[in-house]
Design a protein around this ligand. Structure first.
Ligand SMILES: Nc1ccn([C@@H]2O[C@H](COP(=O)(O)OP(=O)(O)OP(=O)(O)O)[C@@H](O)[C@H]2O)c(=O)n1
Ligand SMILES: C[C@](O)(CO)[C@H](O)COP(=O)(O)O
Length: 228
């Protein structure tokens, strides 16, 4: 990684405070196993492998924290090098990110990442920290593979980017953005930063960095895991 990224303390806030309603599963989706290991443990491992100095913070609904600790004990071999702080989630993604940010003091870089994107690569994680160290913001994105229409009208596909996570920021930048009131239009942390007037720097992600949202995503997940 570049000198400039390495001169900052680095954090990753893994947000997993949602309800997973679109998965329609009794077991919260972040705990569903792929290759016999809960999704969230795969995600934490990706950040630990990318850079062991990254401090990991995991945001979970309060009602799931005991169960999570039990899962970590059950998968002790896998989880033994994945020390992390657990933080209570909020009613919205904005609140969950904010709860995570409030646990961090001082300057540094923070990657905010969906707990249900377990296939994020080391390259993407390190690229996001590098760009955020240089510009203050780094938001992972890919080109649309499909044609796109907005309100029924075709648009030039080359102008469209599909947004993923991690979304990585200078801590002072993202904390300032989160001082503003929450808006219903916020779908991610980049939209919070943009509304506060910060320029969003898009960086290239990859198509394997899927968000596990609906049941068919689990089929992809098993295939992607076997490929590695
Ligand atoms: N109050 C919330 C809502 C969402 N998230 C997290 O944000 C990520 C992306 O959200 P999504 O995949 O949509 O998860 P859910 O909101 O849980 O799913 P759904 O919209 O299907 O209910 C997830 O890791 C989710 O746990 C969160 O930390 N806190
Ligand atoms: C943050 C995100 O994953 C970027 O694609 C996405 O906005 C989360 O949205 P969701 O509605 O919570 O799935």
């Amino acid at each position: 990684m570049s000198e400039s990224a390495n001169s900052f303390k680095k954090y990753a806030i893994i947000v997993a405070g949602g309800s997973g309603s679109r998965m329609k599963s009794d077991l919260p989706k972040q705990f569903i196993e792929i290759g016999g290991i809960p999704i969230l443990l795969h995600t934490l491992k990706k950040f630990r492998e990318a850079d062991p100095s990254i401090e990991l913070l995991l945001v979970l609904p309060e009602s799931q924290i005991d169960f999570w600790e039990e899962l970590c004990r059950k998968h002790a071999d896998f989880s033994q090098n994945l020390a992390h702080q657990v933080i209570q989630g909020g009613a919205t993604r904005f609140q969950s990110s904010l709860n995570g940010l409030n646990m961090i003091q001082g300057e540094g870089l923070v990657a905010i990442h969906d707990g249900v994107r377990p296939f994020v690569s080391t390259e993407v994680i390190l690229r996001s920290f590098k760009t955020a160290s240089e510009t203050g913001t780094a938001v992972v994105s890919v080109a649309s593979k499909d044609s796109v229409r907005i309100s029924g009208k075709a648009v030039d596909r080359s102008t469209v980017r599909i947004i993923q996570t991690p979304q990585t920021f200078l801590l002072s930048t993202i904390k300032k953005a989160f001082q503003n009131p929450e808006l219903p239009t916020f779908t991610d942390d980049a939209s919070v930063a943009e509304a506060a007037g910060f320029e969003i720097h898009l960086i290239d992600g990859d198509y394997e960095n899927i968000k596990i949202t609906t049941p068919e995503d689990l089929l992809w997940a098993e295939v992607l895991l076997k490929k590695r």
